[in-house]
Design a protein around this ligand. Structure first.
Ligand SMILES: [Zn+2]
Length: 511
């Protein structure tokens, strides 16, 4: 198969996502009072409603409706005052009612959008000469480094319920094929679920990955779900079709299932784009089908030929009255929305002078952002940039650090008392304890000598000894200072401050 970059020269990939998110932070299920917990013994959180017993009547979860309204407002959707629940019929043991309660043509949230900042290596997946966003109208402007912002439209977010969890025993990778038996846990059945459907505005696997990441950050910040791809509380299907460059008609799409990481989403789409290109270039036909991503074999395989909407016999649920959301209800939801990652990122750039990429990384995850802000509050003034540097580069390796420890190590770095690599050792020592990094630095005698008077004799000695390098410097090789700093560090047995050595060396060499 051809590589992605080569395929995208001739073909345009048209990608859309369907993202299911369980509202895991709620206490109860969507239409009954059963406890929402997947950790309890199987089939213990069940009742006549979620088991679909005849005559049992559903009652919608008010807070779940509030959460989906928050999700819609945070993704710039129009909140529909009136919408309804529908029945989507199918026969499978994971839904005892034989239909899933979902929404029809009008969802609670319609027509939103998110802007994606695509940068770094991922930005090069989209050919540089392509100038229009996925909507085919909005121009995309490239920065000098190739980064760009892609607006992605959201068609809708609707409310529905999750099905039971099935475990296939004995099959390969937990699949039903070749399984000897299947087990069902109805605890998950009836879990409030929101499904977000994008317009087909994504053009590269990287854009799809970034969209998913941004959505996860947004929903996590709202506090409506734990958004775990691994455990399946957030699930993503990717649709992709190809068309020749310049063509406006959409090609036949396939749908990718079993995507449980950001990397899988990227790799599955990349594989599928290359596979479809090969089929089409050989004169073959792409069939509308659902395909299963096999990460271990790095390929997609056919699961089933796609059903059409008609097969589901979708009709309004007679047991559930239409919704009329009031302005008060919507405003109440709006008031519950905290500062979202984009706004937080911009604030970090404005208030602390952080690099945009660092600010985005810190603002993306609510608990990381909280730790960062607490650490900045405890650190000396002006140390915010150092705190950010520590958080981005060191903290991910040492997860159990308290804000006070991060503030302390940042202060030490800020006053050049220790080097970055020493900071690493210190953090490793205090990680998961309540020890103060400053105490460890003193205990180990790590504190660097930043006293010019004490370092000058060392600099003089090194300059007198390294006559070759001094000559090289005067011949124009300024980089040789690095070598001389190393000699000074060695002579001081690592106790001297390298920045100060550098400064003194340059002063003396230029004198
Ligand atoms: Zn129930």
């Amino acid at each position: 198969m051809k590589k992605l970059a080569e395929v995208l020269k001739d073909w345009e990939a048209v990608i859309g996502l369907e993202v299911h998110t369980e509202l895991t932070t709620l206490d109860t299920k969507m239409f009954c009072n059963c406890k929402l917990s997947h950790d309890d013994p199987p089939n213990t959180n069940v009742c006549p409603v979620c088991l679909g017993m005849p005559g049992a009547l559903p009652v919608p979860n008010r807070k779940a409706i509030q959460y989906i309204v928050m999700a819609g407002l945070a993704t710039n959707c129009q909140i529909q005052r009136r919408s309804m629940f529908y029945r989507k019929h199918y026969f499978y043991p994971d839904m005892a009612k034989n239909f899933q309660t979902t929404q029809g043509p009008v969802a609670i949230c319609m027509h939103g959008h998110l802007d994606l900042a695509v940068s770094g290596e991922g930005a090069s997946e989209r050919p540089a000469w392509e100038t229009l966003a996925g909507d085919g109208e909005t121009p995309i402007e490239r920065e000098k480094d190739g980064s760009y912002v892609a607006p992605i439209r959201i068609l809708r977010i609707h409310m529905e319920e999750d099905a039971a969890k099935m475990v296939h025993v004995g099959g390969e990778e937990g699949r039903i094929t070749a399984a000897t038996e299947s087990l069902i846990d109805y605890n998950r059945c009836g879990t409030p679920l929101i499904e977000l459907v994008t317009e087909p505005d994504l053009r590269t696997p990287e854009e799809a990955r970034l969209f998913m990441e941004k959505l996860q950050q947004t929903f996590k910040t709202l506090g409506i779900s734990d958004c775990s791809l691994e455990s399946g509380s957030m699930r993503c299907d990717g649709n992709v079709s190809l068309r020749r460059r310049g063509e406006t008609k959409l090609g036949t799409k396939t749908e990718m299932k079993n995507i449980n990481s950001f990397k899988s989403l990227h790799d599955a789409l990349e594989y599928e784009i290359c596979r479809q290109a090969e089929v089409l270039e050989e004169g073959g036909i792409v069939y509308q089908e659902t395909r299963h991503w096999e990460p271990s074999r790095h390929r997609t395989v056919v699961m089933r030929v796609k059903e059409t909407a008609d097969d589901y016999r979708l009709f309004p649920d007679p047991d559930l009255a239409p919704f009329d959301l009031t302005d008060d209800f919507i405003e109440e939801a709006r008031a519950k929305i905290p500062e979202l990652p984009d706004a937080k990122r911009d604030r970090y750039v404005a208030d602390f002078g952080l690099k945009r990429a660092d600010a985005a990384q810190l603002a993306g995850d609510p608990s990381t952002a909280e730790t960062f802000e607490k650490s900045v509050a405890l650190a000396p003034d002006k140390a915010a940039k150092t705190v950010a540097k520590v958080m981005v580069n060191l903290v991910p390796a040492y997860k159990a650090l308290a804000p006070a420890q991060i503030a302390s190590i940042s202060a030490l770095l800020d006053e050049d008392a220790i080097t970055f690599s020493q900071a690493k050792d210190v953090l490793e020592a205090v990680d998961g304890t309540d020890r103060d990094p400053a105490a460890v630095v003193d205990e180990r005698g790590m504190r660097q000598v930043s006293d010019t008077g004490a370092l000058e004799p060392i600099v003089d000695e090194v300059l007198a000894r390294c006559t070759d390098q001094v000559q090289q410097y005067h011949d124009g090789n300024k980089k040789v200072v690095g070598y001389l700093v190393g000699q000074c560090m060695k002579a001081s047995k690592g106790t001297g401050n390298p920045k100060l050595f550098n400064k003194l060396l340059r002063q003396k060499l230029e004198a």
